[in-house]
Design a protein around this ligand. Structure first.
Ligand code: ACO
Length: 325
């Protein structure tokens, strides 16, 4: 059995918001944002919700894979900003693309959402239960960001990325994964906007913005991500040198640099696009993967490691052989 990505797609809103645009609404500057994070601008939804962005990315992934929506057995959407409690974003994508034969559901692991969804898809495929799964990472963080809080609002953007994963006869290619969570440290990165009314007390539903202890997240990321990359390569029986690309969650340029340093891997093998999109949460990894695919940077046989971390706290990595091309 060979499990491989057969198509990728992505979508970001048209509307670009520069650092200078943000400096007009909060006390910040282009210089502060660029030097602390590497971000120059981000795309912000002007009405496109998570499902709309996810569906666009899905259509592009299906087109890239050259398959019809009816061939999908399952749609997994990693998101922490669904447009509503239900129907799930995955079901809305299903309706939009006409994937009538798919089971569809959302999966919540914040910025690790795509990695968790991809690893879940792999498990279904490896078990022989399904043949073709659409995996999406999409978030519309602009809905839950406090636009008066300079310590968070400058970091995030909106977007969606998708990959079609298929199980086929054959024995080429590797696929290894790992995931972890630490619920004890959940408050480090949280959003309570789902707080609901209470039957007995009559409490009204409350809105809540995202809150973050930036330095704790930074420390967590630069320790945990190198650890899981080392672990997943070790478990796969390969060395870091065998890996062509490390496609990491785009949270902060300095976080990726620190990871590179700890792993003693050159930044040439850690592609970045945070400059243009900011941190789009579950979308960062599949958007970057799709960009690299379309730019022809991924060659058949390349060994890739995808790795993410985020709210939960959660973290995950996937090592696999790129089979397209
Ligand atoms: N503009 C100007 N000044 C600012 C801004 C801003 N946008 N934000 C904070 N500051 C100020 C602070 O108030 C503080 O001022 P003070 O010294 O007078 O108190 C000063 O800058 C330094 O603040 P720090 O928080 O120490 O800055 P730091 O160097 O740690 O950078 C940052 C902050 C960029 C958030 C960093 O900690 C980081 O990247 N952490 C990881 C965040 C992250 O990855 N989050 C998401 C991951 S998970 C997910 O994706 C959902």
């Amino acid at each position: 059995m060979e499990i491989k990505i057969i198509g990728t797609g992505s979508f970001v809103p048209e509307h670009a918001v520069t650092n200078d645009d943000l400096a007009a609404i909060v006390d910040t500057s282009d210089e502060w944002i660029r030097t602390r994070t590497g971000i120059r601008e981000r795309r912000i939804s002007e009405g496109e919700g998570t499902s709309r962005m996810a569906a666009e990315a899905a259509k592009r992934a299906l087109e890239n894979a050259g398959i019809k929506a009816e061939e999908l057995d399952m749609i997994l959407l990693g998101t922490s900003t669904p447009d509503c409690c239900f129907p799930s974003g995955a079901c809305e994508v299903q309706a939009e693309i006409g994937a009538v034969n798919a089971a569809a559901y959302d999966l919540s692991a914040a910025c690790s959402g795509f990695i968790f969804a991809l690893n879940t898809a792999y498990s279904f495929l490896a078990a022989g239960l399904y043949r073709t799964i659409l995996v999406i990472g999409a978030d519309c963080l602009s809905k839950i960001v406090d636009w008066s809080d300079r310590s968070t609002c400058v970091l995030f953007g909106d977007g969606a990325g998708a990959a079609v994963v298929r199980a086929e006869e054959g024995d080429g290619g590797r696929f290894h994964m790992l995931m972890g969570s630490d619920g004890q440290r959940g408050p480090v990165l949280a959003c309570t906007s789902r707080t609901v009314g209470n039957f007995r007390t009559g409490t009204k539903p409350q809105l809540g913005y995202m809150t973050m202890d930036g330095q704790e997240v930074f420390k967590f990321a630069v320790k945990k991500v190198p650890e899981i990359i080392e672990q997943v390569t070790e478990e796969a029986g390969v060395s870091l040198e065998d890996v062509r690309w490390f496609i990491l969650h785009q949270a902060n340029y300095r976080i990726s640099e620190s990871i590179a340093k700890r792993l003693k891997v050159s930044m040439d093998r850690i592609p970045m696009n945070i400059e243009s999109y900011g941190n789009t949460s579950a979308a960062t990894v599949p958007v970057l993967l799709d960009e690299m695919n379309r730019q022809g940077k991924l060659k058949k046989g390349d060994l890739l490691v995808l790795a993410g971390f985020g709210g939960g706290l959660t973290w995950g990595a996937t090592l696999f052989t790129w089979q397209m091309g």
